[in-house]
Design a protein around this ligand. Structure first.
Ligand code: HEC
Length: 141
């Protein structure tokens, strides 16, 4: 009877470890689960998968990364359903985990920073004088 329980226990832990270990794609190193192929098809065209596999983020973070990618990396406008799928996969498999840094302190709770204020005033004055551009340069398409 005892052997039976030990075997059942080993069987259960075996299943749990197997479920934890998602196989990795030998080419990209991506976790081969869910919609990983859709993400691969969109995200390794211009650069290695390492660019995003080293990142961790919530859905909100990945949404920002994709928007940044569209603005600065040349990623095309995605179909909303595809975009949702990509963000879902990335957040589920490359989420913040327990290494997440704390949330930023709300501005209202921050002490007054004299240096930042001076720098800001100086920058504003320079902008008025036309010494520094008031808007970022238009990106060449
Ligand atoms: C059309 C080309 C293109 C596609 C498609 C593309 N990227 Fe990029 N990506 C770039 C370029 C260019 C950069 C570098 C931008 C820079 O540093 O200014 C970059 C950089 C990145 C970085 C930053 C890496 C780092 O740490 O510096 C991440 C993260 C990233 N891409 C994620 C993605 C994801 C996720 C996808 C799929 C949805 C994707 N990219 C699809 C062009 C692309």
């Amino acid at each position: 009877m005892r052997t039976f329980f030990v075997l059942v226990f080993l069987g259960i832990t075996g299943c749990l470890t197997a479920a934890d270990e998602v196989p990795l794609d030998p080419v990209t190193g991506m976790k081969m689960t869910g919609d990983w192929e859709i993400v691969r098809n969109h995200c390794v065209i211009c650069h290695s998968s390492k660019t995003f596999l080293q990142q961790q983020g919530t859905e909100s973070t990945w949404t920002d990364i994709l928007a940044w990618m569209q603005k600065h990396g040349g990623l095309w406008k995605l179909d909303p359903a595809v975009e949702k799928t990509i963000i879902g996969y990335l957040a589920a498999n490359y989420g913040p985990g327990d290494k997440f840094r704390r949330a930023p302190i709300p501005l209202s709770l921050m002490p007054v920073n004299p240096y930042a204020t001076e720098a800001k005033l100086e920058a504003e004055a320079k902008k008025k004088e036309g010494l520094i551009p008031a808007a970022p340069p238009a990106t060449a398409k």
